[in-house]
Design a protein around this ligand. Structure first.
Ligand code: AMP
Length: 210
């Protein structure tokens, strides 16, 4: 099954992707996580992407399209995959179609801007494995360390309030039009985001038919 997890930044796509990925035994591909990895390693792509990311803007289409093309060619994607954070623009969606990739479902997590701003202030991420937590909605069992690898959790630079507002504006302008793109193909399913992770997962699984 080839799935796109769609929705505004901070809607819970990463958290749901981790759960669905385990349930279906298919990989999650997060362009944001790949770009953050490149920034951390200081690769040329990471260095050029950092300024966009820090401003809450999108990295240029050709860069992320290249990342996805390379990642989807790997063997572990043969039985299906979950895309988290891609596509984010209409040209990215068209590029995905042109790669001959057949998407089965686009699950759109619906969360209001007010809820997003509140959620992002509590979000924490593991710098080692990329696992995400929330101080209220999805706390790590130790509070400030990753449950998977035990490393200290961090607040992402782009989760700072002023950057969050930019990211939401970018979402509404550049990414939200994709809903029309995919509803036109008859594969868009709306999933109302809930406060509790497991309640959202139940709605998500229903939308995916799993
Ligand atoms: P995310 O972790 O999905 O919220 O992504 C974090 C940041 O990485 C975004 O704010 C963008 O700067 C960049 N990014 C991730 N995915 C994409 C994409 N598909 N297109 C453009 N920029 C992206």
């Amino acid at each position: 099954m080839n799935i796109i997890l769609f929705g505004p930044p901070g809607a819970g796509k990463g958290t749901q992707a981790e759960i669905i990925s385990k349930a279906l035994n298919i990989p999650t591909i997060s362009t944001g996580a790949i770009i953050r990895g490149a920034v951390k390693e200081g690769t040329p792509m990471g260095l050029s992407a950092k300024s966009y990311m820090d401003a809450g803007a999108l990295v240029p289409d050709e860069v992320v399209i290249g990342i996805i093309k390379e990642r989807l060619a790997k063997d572990d994607c043969k039985e299906g995959f979950i895309l988290d954070g891609f596509p984010r623009t209409v040209p990215q969606a068209i590029a995905l179609d042109n790669m001959g990739v057949q998407i089965d479902v686009v699950a759109s997590l619906e969360v209001t801007d007010e809820a997003i701003v509140e959620r992002m202030s509590g979000r924490r991420v593991c710098p080692a494995c990329g696992a995400t937590f929330h101080v209220v909605y999805n706390p790590s069992s130790t509070g400030d360390k990753c449950d998977v690898c035990g490393v200290d959790l961090l607040i992402r630079d782009d989760d700072k309030p002023e950057v969050v507002l930019n990211r939401l504006a970018t979402y509404h302008k550049e990414t939200e039009p994709l809903k029309d793109y995919y509803s036109g193909k008859g594969i868009l399913k709306s999933v109302p985001g809930q406060d509790k992770v497991e309640e959202t997962t139940a709605l998500m699984k229903a939308a995916l038919g799993i």
